[in-house]
Design a protein around this ligand. Structure first.
Ligand code: FAD
Length: 450
């Protein structure tokens, strides 16, 4: 009666439906995490994500040990590794929470088939989204392409279930299959160790995630609607990497937010955007590669200016808010949402660099980089995505800075030379007005192709 729990983007013990089901079976339970960089189509993790994963796995392994079980670590294609570990553990059941990306679903289907072929029970559960993608559809049976009716349809469903309790004890088996050593996976950067800023900014793992949720609801939630767009205000939840790695389930966030008695409608609708991004990826698995709106396939991208791309990555474009944002990203693995929109718009429209280059950089540098939200939001900014910003609404980074960082506190923090005026500042790469007109001319080609 041994059950193997295959952990993926759900590195927690509380509200973990698969773990809960494993414990309900009554026998010994052990955990498995597979670092799968070989299955076709599964996107290798970026550098900042690998850093987070290392620490979050260390935390999960310790928490399982404290409760009586262990986390087995293995590297390789999951379709081979999971059945192998199940056999080595003598498990008669393997359970997991579902994933929603195309290649991941294929891997999971192959694992299920191979386990069942070997007489092992294999079951998947809903743990990482509030609403399963196939349960939300338009009157005509299609999927939503616009957020407001999507979210309305979600809210008309039965409310998200109550979170499942965190188990006090997880009884382990007598013997465990062999495990890799986490340190041998090389997830942490060495030569050079660029993660100093990440260590300062974050404490990965479920206990810190729970603390941050409580702190946000107690201290910041009331100011959220008013100040969420101000990058220096620090009133957003900073829960995105917690949700990305599943250290918190969206159900826990939802229930605690509602129970807090604060005015959380605006915050919860941002959780709704997360759902919308994942539902979009479920229906359009090529989200990171292909324009959701195929009309944009005609967009006349000029040949890549690699120097402009590099200066944007380094935060040396000569535009204060853009440079501040790109430096915040490099230092901390995150960037405020408003600034993400501004730097993305600047890259795609003012520099006329294909959104895929920006998406790839964010993929590599964000601790919350996820397969749905990242390409979804890049396409939103680029105009080719779901419910996208109309192409002609080109953000002006100077106006955005005046409006959302009027005292220049954010710019002062990340790109101080623009405020102090005592050191040379980078020359602007392009003229904002002329580059905006060039973008609109390029867009005319898309319009003509319609
Ligand atoms: P809060 O404002 O406190 O929001 C609460 C939660 O809602 C977030 O933690 C997040 O899970 C979700 N959320 C909020 N806004 C969005 C959104 N627009 N799309 C999807 N979910 C949202 N978010 C990611 O989680 N991963 C990404 O890889 C990612 N890439 C982005 C790329 C670009 C170009 C842009 C413009 C946005 C991107 N976002 C991404 C969305 C958003 O910027 C972050 O979720 C947000 O800044 C995280 O900060 P927070 O947790 O304090 O958010």
């Amino acid at each position: 009666m041994t059950t193997l729990v295959w952990f993926r983007d759900d590195l927690r013990l509380a509200d973990h439906p698969a773990l809960h089901a494993a414990l309900d079976r009554g026998g010994p339970v052990l955990g498995l995490y597979v670092l799968d960089e070989e299955s076709p189509g599964v996107r290798p993790l970026g550098g900042a994500a690998r850093w987070w994963l290392h620490h979050s796995l260390a935390s999960l392994a310790e928490r399982l040990r404290e409760r009586g079980s262990q986390l087995v670590l293995r590297r390789g294609p999951a379709a081979d590794v999971v059945p192998e570990v199940a056999a080595a553990a003598g498990a008669d059941a393997v359970v997991w929470n579902r994933r929603y990306g195309g290649p991941e679903r294929e891997v999971d289907a192959a694992v299920k088939e191979s386990l069942r072929g070997a007489g092992v029970d294999a079951r998947s559960y809903a743990g990482n989204l509030l609403f399963e993608p196939w349960t939300v559809s338009t009157g005509q049976g299609g999927h939503y392409k616009v957020f407001t009716p999507f979210w309305r349809a979600c809210l008309e469903q039965p409310p998200p279930r109550a979170p499942l309790p965190e188990p006090g004890r997880v009884p382990g088996p007598v013997r465990y299959p062999e495990t890799d050593a986490l340190a041998d996976w090389g997830l942490l950067p060495t030569a050079p160790d660029w993660a100093g800023g990440l260590r300062e900014a974050w404490e990965p793992g479920e206990p810190a995630a729970r603390r941050r949720l409580r702190e946000f609801l107690a201290a910041d939630a009331d100011a959220y609607d008013r100040a969420r767009d101000a990058p220096a205000a620090g009133t957003t939840s900073l829960l995105s990497p917690r949700l990305r790695w599943g250290e918190l389930s969206p159900h826990t966030v939802w229930r605690e937010a509602v129970a807090s008695g604060r005015s959380v409608g605006g915050f919860l609708s941002e959780i709704g955007w997360r759902e919308f991004a994942w539902h979009t990826l479920f229906h359009f698995p090529a989200l990171a590669d292909d324009n959701l709106n195929a009309r944009f396939d005609a967009f006349p991208w000029p040949p890549l200016d690699a120097e402009h791309l590099r200066l944007w990555q380094q935060g040396r474009t000569g535009v204060p808010l853009v440079d501040a944002g790109m430096r915040e990203l490099w230092a901390t693995g995150t960037m405020h949402n408003r600034v993400r929109m501004v730097v993305a718009s600047y890259l795609v429209k003012n520099l006329l660099i294909d959104w895929r280059h920006g998406e790839q950089w964010f993929w590599d540098t964000l601790v919350d980089a996820d397969a749905a939200s990242n390409p979804f939001n890049w396409q939103w900014v680029a105009g080719s995505g779901a419910d996208a910003a109309p192409y002609f609404r080109v953000f002006n980074p100077e106006t955005q800075a005046k409006k959302f960082d009027p005292e220049r506190r954010y710019i002062q923090r990340w790109a101080p030379e623009y405020v102090a005026g005592d050191a040379p500042v980078p020359e602007p790469l392009v003229d904002l007005g002329a580059s905006r007109r060039r973008a609109l001319d390029a867009y005319d080609v898309v319009k003509a192709a319609a």
